[in-house]
Design a protein around this ligand. Sequence first.
Ligand code: BGC
Length: 470
Amino acid sequence: MVVPTDHALHEGLQVSPLILSDDVRRQKIENHLAKMRFSAATARKIQDVFISEMNKGIHQQPSSLQMENTYIPELLDGTEGGLFLALDLGGTNFRVLLLELANGAPIRQEVKRYYIGPELRVGSAVPLFDYLAKCVSDFVIAQGLQDVELPLGFTFSFPTIQHSLDVGVLVTWTKTFNCSDAVNKDVVLLLHEALDRRGDTKVKVVAILNDTTGTLVQGSTLDSDTAVGLILGTGSNACYLENADRVEHWEPERHGERQVIIDIEWGAFGDNGVLDFIKTDFDRENDANSLIVNSFTFEKYIGGKYLGEVVRVILARLTKEGLLFVGENTSQNLLTPGTLTTDLVSHIEQDSVDGGDTNTKEILAKFGIIPDQDDIKVVQYVCEVVSNRAALLVSICLASLLDRIDREQVTIAVDGSLYKHHPRLENWMKQYISLLTPGRKFKLIHAEDGSGKGAALVAAIAQRIKKRLE
Ligand code: BGC
């Protein structure tokens, strides 16, 4: 492995300079954001902490990284066939999907999206799971498959403790969900109970998984070097193929597994205080405005649910201090939590890529603000610093994973709305990963719909393994 030179890393971490007509104003704004722009030494420190937390997590010692065993020990082998269902709960969309496989490859796919209203997202568990079961049975009946035994892969993109491939106990809700009475319960059982209450289909949940796992498995059908699954969407997380002998938490009997997918659950990285050295007042305010405070520290630096809010908090502070939008009426909207969503940050970032200001002006107009040229530069600068910090943090973790996996070539399968829509994340990530772990060969591929298709593929793998062991 090439020894990284932190000089190159230092150079690579520079963002575009902020150039304003008033230099004092520029200096004050840069000071406010200085802590969000990491030096090479800070990047290395974060990396050391991440590696140490991974090691502790895998050895079952206290750690903010769960390093959960998914009990998925192999990928597709090309023999899988038949009909498989998937349920995808956790991100922007809730979906039911039917996949028909022949020789391990999809030959037909049917998908239906369903809306889950806010009252179901934050109510009690029974109505939520009854609704999920209703959607499953509506879908299955519409396909005329109510009398067919259908194995289902349940993508449940929240942290769970997995006792086996089809038992997952919810640790905490994240993102936009908070049905607190489901915490500490096996969500597969909750779904089965809801399906049984209806009794109108023959669906059997054979695997519970995370969207990152689905993405890894889906990615492996596109590129056989895939060993990491990454989600950069509403939330963020990654999983990877680990050497099975390194994994201590293994409840069911082992059957000679050589590898297994580990769900890192990096959204919670830093919940135990190990990352406090990068926390800014803006992050504290973002946390205070979130659905579940004091949790999912890392996700609040990088997830699509939060980037817009971090930008908003900064813009509001600069405005209050008379450094931005002087003379403009910003009393409502911009000062209200949740008004600036991450897709708007992506649009403003697109202006920075194009060297323009059309999107920035349009977005600010919706907030009732008519910016001057310097205001535009400041807004674009803030979006860049916040987005760039997210890209660097994700890259630090990915570089550490590549070192841990230590293969000649690794492909990282990525999905998620933030990754898809942000115009700069992918390029920054490629650049930073190379700087953090020079000489490693890696590829980022977009594994579209890993959380849906991947779940049906995992159901197929689970069925195959089950049959072999019978
Ligand atoms: C969840 C993870 C999930 C990630 C991406 C996080 O909030 O805890 O399980 O993989 O979001 O959806």
